[in-house]
Every structure is written in structure tokens, then in C-alpha cells.
Ligand binder design. Structure first.
Ligand SMILES: *[C@@H]1O[C@H](CO)[C@@H](O)[C@H](O)[C@H]1NC(C)=O
Ligand SMILES: *[C@@H]1O[C@H](CO)[C@@H](O)[C@H](O)[C@H]1NC(C)=O
Length: 180
């Protein structure tokens, strides 16, 4: 009498493990292009990006020619606007961290979630190497949720403004998402 019960259990487990795509209807793939500006502000009394860790030692001390030494870890909550000016319409925000992972070049590693108000606060996620300062650089989009479910794609950064004294930056984003 015990065997059928066990068999049933195995069958139920098997059914769960082999859920078909009808359980998660994705619909056809869509392509969405997003354009916005990200304001990364280190200066002032209420910065949007803060340094949380850095290796000790002279090699890791910021200098005018190297504001972001190797090993620096920043956490940020940046505003996204429609236009270049901070006073233009706010379209969302970015939460993330960037780490200076390059020893001999100006490159960071970014893990960021970008939330867009016009898409019911859906977000897409970027995990990428970022050679800062190179206009036209391309970042990797690795996922998304809500309106951007299953997103993948890329973000081109056509232009940027950097205040070389305090590190404040305004970054133009042109994002292409393939999603469902
Ligand atoms: C979207 O998120 C912002 C805060 O990030 C919140 O103020 C707003 O109410 C949210 N909108 C929706 C539709 O959830
Ligand atoms: C942004 O991307 C779109 C689609 O690839 C392109 O048509 C447009 O010219 C780009 N805009 C900028 C400012 O790079």
C-alpha cells in the first residue's frame, strides 16, 4: 500500500520540477529603447554616492590625477532625469555599487538596478565592466523585472560630464532592452 503513495509523491515532485512555460506566460519579445541622464554626486552635504571602503596605504590615496584609486567601493542612490539638467523631469533612480577594479586604467565594475517611474517602477539590472571616461562605452544589461521581465541588452553611454575636482558626474544613457 505504501508504494502508490510514494509514486504519487514522486509524480507531484516531477510535475513541479518540469513546470512548462504556460506557468509563466512571457508573450512575444519586445524591444524598448530608454534614454536618460544619471546624476552621480559625490560633493556637498547630501551626496548621492558615498565611499564605503578602500584599501589602506599610499597607493590607494586619492590624488588629483587619480580621484578613484584601485579598491575604492562606492554605494550610490542616483537620480535619473529626462534631460541633462538636474532640474529636468525625474524619470527614475538607480541603486547600486561601483568598485574600482582596475589597477592601471580607469575602469570600474558596476552592479546597478535602474528603476523607471514611467514603467510602473519596473527595473533592469546592469552588471558590467565600465571603462569610465570613454564616450560610447557599452554596459551589459543582465536582467529585469515587471515590464522588463527577462531583459537583456546593452546601454551605450554617448556622453558624460565629469567634474575633475570633486568627481561629480552626469552620464547620458541610451539603453536597448530585449524583454518580454
Ligand atoms: C515608484 O517608486 C517611487 C519611489 O522610488 C514611489 O514614490 C512611487 O510611488 C512608486 N510608484 C509606483 C507606481 O509604485
Ligand atoms: C540611442 O539609440 C537609438 C537606437 O539604437 C538610436 O537611434 C539613437 O540615435 C541613440 N541616441 C544617442 C544619443 O546615441
Amino acid at each position: 500500500m505504501r508504494t502508490p503513495a510514494l509514486l504519487l509523491l514522486v509524480l507531484v515532485a516531477f510535475q513541479r520540477a518540469t513546470a512548462t512555460d504556460t506557468d509563466y506566460p512571457l508573450g512575444p519579445e519586445k524591444v524598448t529603447n530608454l534614454h536618460f541622464f544619471m546624476h552621480d554626486t559625490l560633493s556637498g552635504k547630501d551626496p548621492s554616492a558615498v565611499l564605503v571602503a578602500r584599501a589602506a596605504g599610499a597607493n590607494y590615496t586619492p590624488r588629483p590625477d587619480n580621484l578613484f584609486p584601485f579598491s575604492s567601493v562606492y554605494v550610490f542612490n542616483d537620480v535619473l532625469t529626462e534631460g541633462r539638467e538636474r532640474s529636468s523631469r525625474v524619470v527614475g533612480n538607480a541603486h547600486g555599487t561601483y568598485i574600482v577594479t582596475a589597477k592601471n586604467e580607469k575602469t570600474i565594475l558596476m552592479a546597478v538596478d535602474y528603476q523607471l517611474a514611467d514603467y510602473q517602477n519596473s527595473s533592469f539590472a546592469v552588471f558590467t565592466r565600465n571603462p569610465v571616461g570613454v564616450d560610447g562605452r557599452e554596459l551589459t544589461v543582465v536582467g529585469g523585472h515587471g515590464a522588463f521581465r527577462m531583459a537583456r541588452g546593452f546601454a551605450i553611454l554617448p556622453s558624460h560630464y565629469l567634474n575633475t575636482e570633486n568627481g561629480d558626474a552626469i552620464l547620458e544613457y541610451n539603453v536597448t532592452l530585449f524583454h518580454h
